[in-house]
Design a protein around this ligand. Structure first.
Ligand SMILES: NC(=O)c1ccc[n+]([C@@H]2O[C@H](COP(=O)([O-])OP(=O)(O)OC[C@H]3O[C@@H](n4cnc5c(N)ncnc54)[C@H](OP(=O)(O)O)[C@@H]3O)[C@@H](O)[C@H]2O)c1
Length: 156
């Protein structure tokens, strides 16, 4: 199969690309560094040409709910619309356990993203995973005010 991995250069995306290739499939990576912008839709049509399936592991580095909702709604909305037009047969979204129960700003974006997928014309699967080991390092980099790094009061 030809499988498009949106966010295939990211933390999760790099492992996803390796796993897809190891399973004998052809991979096309959709990310800005590969000339595809999910938010504007630039390059999506060409990137999805001939794709059988799509895995969405794209993300935005933000701790603001408004930015997360805006990104995930636009990016996944454009991706799914282009996937439907390209005749893609299945879309897999990576989501996170507990996003609808924990009032964490980034999770508001993931909840909005799941709703976009659930309304899609393309058959879909949403996989909710728990945090990966890299998450601790990501939080250390992102949750900071000047020289201070904040440790969020959250169970993961
Ligand atoms: N990290 C975890 O512990 C964890 C756990 C469970 C679920 N997840 C989910 O897994 C997904 C990936 O998370 P991650 O931590 O791997 O993210 P990440 O390391 O920040 O990677 C984000 C990816 O998205 C791409 N991207 C960002 N903006 C884009 C745009 N406008 N157009 C196209 N591509 C864009 C980036 O590539 P470019 O910069 O080249 O565009 C990169 O490949 C997210 O949905 C997250 O919620 C993560």
């Amino acid at each position: 199969m030809r499988i498009a991995v949106a966010g295939g250069t990211g933390t999760v995306g790099r492992h996803t690309v390796e796993a897809v290739q190891a399973a004998g499939h052809e991979v096309v990576v959709l990310s800005r560094s590969q000339g595809v912008d999910l938010v504007t839709g630039h390059g999506l049509e060409a990137g999805l040409a001939g794709a059988d399936a799509v895995i969405d592991v794209a993300s935005i580095q933000t701790l603001k709910a408004s930015a997360a909702i805006e990104f995930f709604t636009a990016a996944t909305g454009n991706l799914l619309s282009a996937a439907a037009d390209a005749g893609v047969r299945h879309v897999v979204l990576l989501s996170i356990v507990g996003i609808d129960r924990i009032p964490y700003d980034y999770y508001a974006g993931k909840v909005a993203q799941e709703k976009v997928v659930e309304a899609s014309r393309v058959p879909w699967t949403i996989l909710r995973a728990t945090q990966f080991h890299e998450f601790a390092g990501q939080m250390f980099e992102r949750a900071k005010v000047g020289p201070l790094h904040l440790a969020p009061n959250a169970r993961t």
